[in-house]
Design a protein around this ligand. Sequence first.
Ligand code: 2P0
Length: 322
Amino acid sequence: MTTARAHANIALVKYWGKRDEKLFLPTNGSLSMTLDGLYTTTTVELAERDELVLNGETQGPEALGKVTRLLDLVRAMAGSKAGARVTSINQVPTAAGLASSASAFAALAGAASKAYGLALDDVALSRLARQGSGSASRSIFGGFVEWRRGERADGLDSHGVPVVPQSHWDVRMLVTVLETAPKSVSSRVGMRRTMDTSPYYPGWIASAAADLVEAREAVLARDLAGLGAVMESSALKMHASMLAARPPFTYLQPASLAVIQAVWAWRAEGLAGFVTMDAGPNVKVLCAATDAEELAARLGALPGVEEVLVCGPGPGLSYEVS
Ligand code: 2P0
């Protein structure tokens, strides 16, 4: 029986599109910040057959199927036919509607590989987590993390690499939780549709590699304005490419746009916050630790904002002894 914990991450340069859907190989590299406070804890225990209990509730075939797929990869490596009972707790406020697949598959990769007797290093764990959900490849590591696109068809060179540790930079990611309905287009379906139909997708691909270099350098230099500029550009290019897809779709809600415009107005007055958004309506705001309290208070007072979570850089995968 093994328990592992992995934290959520927010991409500063986004992953949007797969060049290989089976192996989860991305069209472009991405860069993220791992978050403290938001994490998944997963226990894997060998059993007769696979079973998934999430936040105390036994899950049906759809969620279990994704877990079994990852367990099959682990079983193949370990030469085992044993089933596994997977018990997982998401320490993400349920109302937050935050994608938990990154922390979930990173924790599962860690707990399952150990439970089956494998001793994988972090790079191997990142490759494994990637095949559960692309963004999970980044949650193996703490601090700021790059997921390398890689060139190989077998995916061996497509994995997370730590850029700087958690202690490198005292910034905050403010996660606004908006009062909205659940998302209608999954990111998996959305990225496929954008790739297949959006005339803006080639522009996305063409600029992603330069964004990655710019963001990495800004992180290394602790340049908040520089990172903020490329982060906003990456996120908004991604969302623009979805608006140009056929049929079109967007994760932007009226309240999302109101938050973005408020952050821009405050920035023009000298309070430096920078926005990003993923496959859901919640806007995340990057800022210096010293501005977090003021910005969180202002964000919390905006109409449609239910809650604001204040996150610093978080740690990589860890294990609990039981
Ligand atoms: C990211 N997103 O870089 C991007 C930005 C959402 C928008 O990774 O199909 O759950 O499981 O590989 O990782 C969300 O997509 O997708 C995501 P799959 P995943 O964080």
